[in-house]
Design a protein around this ligand. Structure first.
Ligand SMILES: [Zn+2]
Length: 443
C-alpha cells in the first residue's frame, strides 16, 4: 500500500535532501537518539545493502549514479587504468584523481551521470562534505571529487569550494560565516540555508563519521561512540530543519550509509601469497594486477591465459584466509567488473565473535599493495560480502513512504538515485536500481 496521507506537492517545490553517514551500521541506531527521532518521518529499510566491493568510493558513486561499480567506473579503492599506453593502478580517492581519470576517460571521471548532473535542469544542486575531517592531512580526500564530479552545482569541502562549472568560490551566501573545515559549521549551513532553499533541487551532505573513527577505534568503544554521537547530532539538526517540508510532501529526505563495518582480526599479504605460489613474474610484469579492497580483493587477469588463470584460482583456494574465490563471470554478474574484463575476486574468511563492545562481525582483510597501508587490526573495516559490512542504513521520508514505517524488502544503494529522480518527476535514465516509493510492504 502506498502512503497517501501526505499532501501532493507542486512539482516546482520538490526537492531531495540526501545525508550519507559514511560506514554507519544500521544496528548503531540504538545509540542514536537523533536518527531514532527521525524515524517518525519515514520508512526504515531493514534489508538495505551496499554493492560489491563494499568500499566507500564504489558505493558513494553507486549512490549518486544509481549504477553498479562496473558501470560507473569506480570499481574499488584501487582502479586499473590504461594511461599513456601503460596499465597502471590509480587510487580514485587521492587528491587530483578526478582530473587524471577525466583525462584517461575522455572528459569525465565517472562513466555515468551523477544526481547533481541529473537534477541541474531544476536549479543548482549542492554537495557538502567533511570527507577530510578537520586536522587530518593525507593523500586521500574521500569521495568528494566524485559526488558531483563534473561540477554541475556547488561543492563545499574543507579543501575548496566550487561553483557550477568548477570555478573556485571565495564568497557565497551558503558560506557566510562558515569554516568549511568544521563539520559543525558545514552541517549548520546545510540545515539553515541549503535544505530550505527552493533553488536547490538536490542537496547532499556527506559525513565522514562514523567511518573515520571506525578505522581507528573498536566498534562500540567510547571514542567510537563519541564520533557516532557527533554524526547523530548533525542528522537530528537536518531532519528537524526539513521535517515540515517532508510532511508537506515537498522534500524527500534520505538518510543512509554507503556500507557497514566489521572488526578486523588478521590481515594478510595477497602479494606475498601469490609470489609464493609462483606468480612473481606475472605480478612484476603487471600481467596480474592486485586490487585490494579491505576484506575482499580483485585481481585483473586479462593478460593471463586460461591455464594460468586456473592455476591462480587453485592457489587462492588453498589459502586458509580466503573464504571464497569469485570467478570472472561471477565478478561481472555482481557488477564489480566490466563485461569485457577478466577479474578474479576473493572474499576473506570470517570469525565468530564481536568487536569487544557488542558489535558482531569479525573478518580477515587483505593488506594493501604495494604499500602496507593502514593497519586496522581490532578496528573496523569492510569491502566484502559479510552481513555486517554489506548491510547499510536507509531511512526514506516523504511522499510514497509510510511515516514510522518499516520495510523488509531487500534494497540497494543503487536504488537511491532512481528514488530521488522519481520524487522530482525527472526521467529515470538507465539505472541498475529502482525507485522505492510505494513498495508493496510499505503499509
Ligand atoms: Zn565508507
Amino acid at each position: 500500500m502506498v502512503n497517501t496521507t501526505v499532501q501532493v506537492a507542486d512539482s516546482s517545490e520538490r526537492r531531495v535532501v540526501l545525508m550519507i553517514a559514511d560506514g554507519l551500521r544500521p544496528d548503531a541506531l540504538a545509540l542514536m537518539p537523533g536518527l531514532s527521532a527521525a524515524l517518525r518521518l519515514g520508512t526504515w529499510f531493514e534489508a538495505h545493502e551496499a554493492v560489491f566491493p563494499s568500499v566507500t568510493l564504489a558505493n558513494a558513486c553507486s549512490i549518486v549514479t544509481g549504477c553498479l561499480p562496473a558501470r560507473h567506473g569506480i570499481d574499488g579503492n584501487v582502479l586499473l587504468v590504461e594511461e599513456n599506453g601503460e596499465r597502471r593502478r590509480l587510487r580514485p580517492g587521492r587528491h587530483g584523481a578526478r582530473e587524471r581519470l577525466a583525462a584517461i576517460r575522455g572528459g569525465s571521471a565517472l562513466l555515468r551521470p551523477t544526481l547533481s548532473a541529473l537534477t541541474a535542469p531544476l536549479g543548482t544542486p549542492v554537495v557538502m562534505s567533511d570527507s577530510v575531517p578537520a586536522g587530518v592531512t593525507g593523500a586521500s580526500v574521500g569521495p568528494i571529487q566524485l559526488l558531483d564530479t563534473n561540477r554541475h552545482g556547488f561543492t563545499f569541502h574543507p579543501l575548496g569550494c566550487f561553483g557550477p562549472g568548477g570555478g573556485a568560490l571565495q564568497n557565497h551566501r551558503f558560506l557566510a560565516g562558515v569554516d568549511p573545515a568544521r563539520t559543525s559549521d558545514l552541517a549548520d549551513a546545510f540545515a539553515r540555508r541549503v535544505v530550505v532553499d527552493p533553488e536547490v533541487p538536490f542537496a547532499l551532505l556527506w559525513l565522514s563519521e562514523p567511518d573515520f573513527a571506525s578505522h581507528r577505534f573498536p566498534l562500540g568503544s567510547p571514542p567510537w561512540r563519541a564520533a557516532l554521537a557527533g554524526a547523530d547530532a548533525v542528522i537530528a539538526t537536518v531532519a528537524e530543519a526539513v521535517a515540515p517540508a517532508v510532511e508537506r510532501g515537498d522534500v524527500l529526505l534520505l538518510i543512509c550509509s554507503d556500507h557497514g563495518m566489521e572488526t578486523v582480526r588478521d590481515r594478510h599479504s595477497l602479494d606475498a601469497a601469490l609470489r609464493n605460489a609462483g606468480f612473481a613474474p606475472e605480478i612484476d610484469a603487471g600481467a596480474a594486477c592486485l586490487l585490494p579492497n579491505g576484506s575482499s580483493a580483485s585481481i585483473a587477469v586479462d593478460a593471463l591465459d586460461e591455464r594460468r588463470r586456473a592455476a591462480m584460482t587453485d592457489a587462492l583456494h588453498c589459502l586458509p584466509w580466503v573464504a571464497k574465490v569469485l570467478e570472472p563471470a561471477e565478478m561481472i554478474a555482481l557488477g564489480a567488473a566490466a563485461p569485457d574484463s577478466a577479474r578474479i575476486g576473493l572474499l576473506c574468511r570470517k570469525h565468530p565473535g564481536d568487536s569487544g563492545f557488542g558489535f558482531p562481525g569479525v573478518t580477515d582483510t587483505v593488506e594493501d599493495f604495494p604499500a602496507p597501508g593502514s593497519d586496522y587490526t581490532n578496528f573496523g573495516n569492510h569491502g566484502g560480502l559479510g552481513l555486517y559490512e554489506r548491510r547499510a542504513t536507509l531511512l526514506a521520508a516523504g511522499e510514497g513512504f509510510m511515516p514510522a514505517g518499516r520495510s523488509a524488502t531487500p534494497t540497494s544503494v543503487v536504488d537511491i538515485a532512481p528514488t530521488a529522480l522519481a520524487h522530482l518527476g525527472l526521467p529515470g535514465g538507465s539505472f541498475d536500481g529502482k525507485p522505492l516509493q510505494g513498495l508493496a510492504d510499505l503499509a
